[in-house]
Design a binder for this molecule. Structure first.
Ligand code: FAD
Ligand code: EPU
Length: 279
């Protein structure tokens, strides 16, 4: 296990945030030790706005056995493929590609989401083509010092939401996938990819706000004329209104001011999770 003081700006996709004591756990014994004091769990840091002052709690990252990920080859004639246990620290983009290579369908809607498996379960990450919850067979949690396996229905997965017990860490999942022809999987992936074309390539944490029922937060921000608005090095993307981008060296305070500016004009709910104190 590695314990080191790190800048969370380096461990988040937005590239913002002060320091914390980061505990990278490699075994169940490490996990037990790391969670003996107040902690937060960090996945791939792709849905987080972290305070410039960092966080006082331990930040637990899944490494070692928790990153092991094999989907298993589909057997001839198999109609439903249940994968082996996949570590929650594994990265979704690699799994989406691995599934396509093996001829397994079910993860295509998640193409382009830069999440860890655990973070994707916590957020029920997805696109309009589908969510991770639809592909889950079982979820293993570490909670109050013990491991237990849950049926995904017990997590109450909704639109970018779940109900994990407080402090619970997703440690492994099994997926339920369907063997399918490579061309069909590739066609689905191309469709999902096309739907992301308007999203900026710059540093961001994905969509900042949830879509209100039947509408798009990005469209509303666009119509309100807020695209291109800047606070220091943070900017509401000109390409997609629901993305706040870090144009280089942005501070959490600046990003937060943009969030507030949007919320002064529109009743939008934040999709990001905020870590630490913000003004
Ligand atoms: P983090 O950001 O590290 O953490 C998010 C939350 O999950 C925190 O509360 C954290 O404590 C918790 N968490 C993380 N790991 C675990 C674990 N093992 N157990 C328990 N809790 C855990 N999201 C979508 O849904 N659809 C999209 O299309 C999409 N596109 C994106 C595009 C870009 C360019 C970016 C940067 C982000 C995008 N996102 C999208 C947002 C983000 O990828 C998702 O919210 C994702 O699920 C976050 O996963 P993560 O591993 O990065 O979690
Ligand atoms: N639109 C505008 N202006 C903008 C942005 C969007 O007019 O600046 C319009 C588009 O033209 C389109 C509509 O709004 O008619 C919807 O836009 P888009 O197709 O880009 O989808 P979205 O609702 O903005 C959602 C998810 C994304 C996901 C895409 C693809 C949310 C908050 N966002 O975006 O998820 O990648 O669909 O399925 O649910 C995320 O959650 O972080 C995320 C990026």
């Amino acid at each position: 296990m590695k314990v080191e003081r790190r800048r969370l700006a380096e461990l988040t996709t937005l590239g913002v945030g002060g320091t914390a004591e980061v505990w990278t756990v490699e075994t169940p014994a490490d996990l037990l030790e790391a969670t003996r004091a107040p902690y937060r769990v960090l996945g791939n840091g792709s849905n987080l706005l972290v305070s410039d002052r960092g966080v006082p709690e331990r930040v637990v990252r899944l490494g070692g056995v928790f990153r092991r990920a094999r989907l298993g080859k589909p057997r001839r004639g198999e109609r439903v493929h249940l994968t082996p246990w996949v570590g929650a620290g594994a990265l979704l983009p690699a799994l989406v590609q691995e599934a396509a290579r093996l001829g397994l369908s079910g993860l295509e809607p998640l193409l382009g989401i830069p999440a860890s498996v655990g973070g994707a379960v916590r957020m029920n990450a997805g696109t309009r083509f589908g969510e991770i919850g639809e592909a889950l067979e079982a979820v293993e949690l570490f909670h109050e010092g013990t491991f237990r396996v849950l049926d995904p229905t017990e997590l109450d997965l909704g639109y970018r939401s779940s109900r994990l017990p407080p402090g619970a860490i997703v440690t492994r999942v099994r997926f339920r996938l369907t063997p399918a022809p490579a061309e069909a999987i590739e066609a689905r992936m191309a469709e999902v990819d096309a739907a992301r074309k308007s999203q900026p390539k710059r540093k961001s944490a994905g969509c900042a706000f949830k879509n209100p029922p039947g509408d798009s937060a990005g469209r509303l921000i666009d119509v309100a004329g807020l695209k291109g608005l800047r606070e220091g090095s943070a900017m509401i993307s000109l390409e997609h209104g629901n993305f706040i981008v870090n144009t280089g060296g942005a501070r959490a305070e600046e990003v937060w001011r943009l969030v507030k500016r949007v919320q002064e004009e529109l009743p939008l709910e934040l999709e990001w999770e905020v870590w630490g104190e913000l003004p």
